[in-house]
Design a protein around this ligand. Structure first.
Ligand SMILES: [Ca+2]
Ligand SMILES: [Ca+2]
Ligand SMILES: [Ca+2]
Ligand SMILES: [Ca+2]
Length: 309
């Protein structure tokens, strides 16, 4: 069985492997049960897989932003990959037999010949036999464009670390594409956040489909910068921080289409949301952590008045 959000409605759904014939007659299938209000589930929808399915795993195998399924078939020694195309995980099914095991004594792939096999190399194209990784983000120093092992600087930088999923960022002053961004819903100028990075204050974060941990400066004590950490997910926001004796890291919400959000703001222990004057929720973000993080909305009066009217 696997748990995932297969139809993108933020409710947890179930995928169950059916090896033997059950009451529904479903054999050699995987059934999807879509979760709904109050822990309810829809009737199972069966999709054929290989012979003798015994285990299901979910991940975004085709990198299109939704949850796909891989099913291990014990009788046929194959893996069925179900690509999620509409949110209900229909076929097409690719039955991909796993490759034969390497014969004993055959060489392990090591593209950069640094004695670390590709499968374990934290920088696969550059020789780095020591595997140094100062900021412990699984990207070796030799490949890491941003060393986040140094602390944040008050009013200037924060440290962001991807916890799960896909997170994109737009640096202040960025214009036009800066590298390939695959997700169609991410506009130009955003780049994927990889591992742990130092981000300048003013960076806009797109975490609708991912989760990141932010470490920011919380003040100075005995000549040293104190830091605070919280995780944020399921929303878009801009990181702001003014230099002050007791600085607050402002999390300025952006709407799902990346525009600035205007309106009243609310916060609770776990969620930030912004509402327009009509009380409609225009943006929401979830968080988890301690420290002086505050929700913000755009303060420029004119565009806000025009948009919320
Ligand atoms: Ca290597
Ligand atoms: Ca290497
Ligand atoms: Ca690193
Ligand atoms: Ca890094």
């Amino acid at each position: 069985m696997a748990v995932g959000d297969f139809n993108g409605d933020k409710d947890a759904d179930l995928a169950v492997a059916n090896r033997d014939v059950g009451p529904s007659g479903a054999r050699d299938t995987v059934s999807i049960l879509l979760g709904g209000l109050g822990g309810s589930f829809t009737a199972p929808a069966a999709h054929p897989v290989g012979d003798g399915p015994v285990a299901v795993a979910t991940a975004d195998f085709d990198a299109d932003g939704d949850a796909d399924l891989a099913v291990a078939n014990s009788n046929s020694d194959t893996v069925s990959v179900l690509s999620n195309t509409t949110g209900t995980v229909p076929p097409p099914i690719i039955v991909a037999p796993p490759g034969p095991p390497a014969p004993p004594g055959s060489p392990v792939p090591d593209r950069d010949a640094d004695t670390i096999p590709d499968a374990r190399d934290n920088c696969i194209d550059r020789p780095n036999p020591g595997q140094a990784d100062r900021d412990s983000d699984a990207i070796g120093d030799a490949c890491d464009s941003s060393d986040a092992s140094v602390g944040p600087t008050l009013g200037r930088t924060v440290i962001a670390r991807v916890v799960s999923g896909d997170v994109f960022v737009r640096l202040p002053g960025a214009s036009g594409p800066r590298g390939a961004v695959r997700a169609a819903q991410v506009p130009q100028g955003y780049v994927p956040l990889k591992g742990a990075q130092v981000l300048p204050v003013g960076t806009i974060v797109h975490a609708t489909r991912g989760r990141l941990a932010l470490t920011s400066a919380a003040g100075r004590r005995n000549g040293r910068t104190q830091t605070q950490r919280a995780e944020f997910y399921a929303g878009n926001f801009q990181i702001r921080q003014k230099r002050a004796r007791r600085p607050v890291t402002d999390i300025a919400l952006r709407s799902p289409n990346f525009a600035s959000v205007c309106g009243s703001r609310r916060s609770s222990a776990r969620g930030f949301s912004a509402r327009s004057r009509s009380k409609r929720v225009v943006s929401r973000l979830w968080g988890n952590g301690r420290g002086r993080f505050a929700p913000g909305v755009v303060r420029a009066p004119r565009p806000c008045a025009a948009r919320s009217g």
